[in-house]
Design a protein around this ligand. Structure first.
Ligand code: C2E
Ligand code: MG
Ligand code: MG
Length: 433
């Protein structure tokens, strides 16, 4: 069994790699092509998180069986670990054949799985394909390139396959460079924070702000958080950045308070690594203490996926944060897989409706329905509800008639430098209706 995965009985990584080695020798000798398919399940984590590891294991076994049925004579299927599988298709007549195999596997994985707990789950798969000899001649190169192609398939919206291209390599290099730049950015003060006002819909005045990280690299190029936060998350730099944002926000709030500006609640985004670190409450308490900020003036924005990963542990972490005295809100609400049983047990203060729903509210009835439900849910749970990404008067009108509490969006103001935010607060600018 040393060469097989005990759960699915498929060849494990080391056996799959030595098979690939043999197939490569064959292909080389006979001047044939072969292809490596890197298969990663979509939504496996959600099933595992929602129903537990036993159900997750059962699903993996079912996936292995289903994939096995699709193999052609001579193909090898292995499990690399977690929800990653590898398929070596050898020999291959032409490139198009690899696409046919990939399409076939994706179709097989799109069919529902009926699990023994009576639940029917829908997963799916993303596949990256590399070809011998075009995309590499060694086991290491072919698997690395198939993996890179798999990421492209995921990024293009899942349930797809992608062939490896040399541009992908350049892309991976760019990411690596950006990662190094990001480490430097923290050290060299290239990061800063902009503040986006939140407005109370009843009074029309500013009641808070969200702190949003900004990065201008030495070439003067602005890099958006959507580009660097995921990278920082992956490499772990997010712990340094996150703590910097926390401290810097408290320092800024102290300056505003000392200048006699009205105290408003400022929200900071928390990444899942920070949340799971085990010491976030200590860092938050230290930052508040250092700048003498009343805890209720700081809010932490969390996301559904980071709470649903290990809900009981998340509840304990949130409990520690509530002890410190800060507010907690659920960001981008509606985009994750919330389990309402748990939602009730989360000690949160507010829900932020994801901007995709807000922006669709006046054009798509489904989005309007989702917004109505979230507001209703928040009201029943006695939570404040904030509409994010409000850009038009129509969206504002919709939200305020439905009883939304606060608004954040370009209609009132985008995120602005600290001094501009102070000026806005001082001016007493009101939301026009
Ligand atoms: P988010 O927390 O959901 O923040 C709201 C994003 O929506 C911000 O983008 C904001 O500029 C944008 N936005 C606000 N109003 C509007 C609007 O009316 N229309 C449109 N189209 N967009 C609007 P930004 O600043 O690019 O941030 C993107 C994401 O990056 C944030 O989403 C947050 O998840 C993450 N992020 C930003 N700063 C930090 C940070 O310090 N730490 C962590 N962990 N994540 C951060
Ligand atoms: Mg946020
Ligand atoms: Mg958001």
């Amino acid at each position: 069994m040393a060469h097989h995965d005990p759960l699915t009985k498929l060849p494990n990584r080391s056996l799959a790699e030595s098979r690939l080695e043999q197939e490569l020798e064959q292909a080389h000798r006979h001047n044939q092509q072969l292809s490596v398919l890197f298969i990663d399940l979509d939504r496996f984590k959600q099933v595992n998180d929602s129903f537990g590891h036993l159900v997750g294991d059962e699903l993996l076994v079912a996936v292995a069986l289903r994939l096995n049925e699709r193999l052609r004579e001579g193909d090898t299927l292995g499990r690399l670990g977690g929800d990653e599988f590898i398929l070596i298709a050898s020999p291959l007549q032409e490139k198009q054949d690899a696409a046919i195999i990939a399409r076939d596997i994706i179709n097989a994985l799109s069919e529902p799985f009926n699990l023994s707990n009576g639940v029917e789950v829908f997963i799916g798969g993303s596949i990256g394909i590399s070809l011998f000899p075009g995309d590499g001649k060694t086991v290491a190169d072919l698997t690395k390139n198939a993996d890179a192609a798999m990421y492209l398939a995921k990024e293009s919206g899942r349930n797809q396959f992608s062939f490896y291209t040399s541009e992908l390599n350049a892309d991976a290099r760019n990411k690596l460079e950006m990662e190094n730049d990001l480490r430097r950015a923290v050290l060299h003060n290239e990061l800063l924070i902009h503040f986006q006002p939140k407005v109370d819909l009843r009074t029309g005045i500013i009641c808070g702000a969200e702190a949003l990280a900004r990065w201008q690299n030495p070439e003067g190029v602005w890099i958006t958080p959507s580009q660097f936060i995921p990278l920082a998350e992956k490499s772990g730099v997010i712990l340094t950045i996150g703590n910097w944002v926390l401290e810097q926000t408290c320092a800024q709030m102290r300056l505003w308070l000392d200048a006699g500006l009205p105290a408003v609640c400022v929200a900071v985004n928390v990444s899942s690594r920070q949340f799971r670190s085990g010491y976030l409450d200590k860092l938050v308490a230290a930052a508040l203490d250092k700048f003498k900020i009343p805890p209720q003036c700081l809010e932490l924005e969390l996301t559904e996926s980071m709470l649903m990963h290990e809900p009981d542990r998340a509840i304990a972490t949130m409990g520690k944060l509530k002890k410190v005295g800060v507010k907690l809100s659920l960001d981008d609400f509606g985009t994750g897989y919330s389990n309402f049983g748990y939602l009730r047990r989360f000690p949160i203060d507010s829900l932020k409706i994801d901007q995709s729903f807000v922006q669709g509210v006046t054009i798509r009835s489904e989005d309007a329905m989702i917004v109505d439900s979230i507001i209703g849910l928040a009201q029943r749970m006695k939570l404040r509800v904030i509409g994010e990404g409000v850009e038009t008067r129509e969206q504002l009108a919709y939200l305020s008639t439905r009883g939304c509490d606060e608004l954040q969006g370009f209609l009132f103001s985008k995120a602005v430098p600290a001094d501009d935010f102070a000026a806005l607060l001082k001016s007493g600018k009101k939301l026009e209706r």
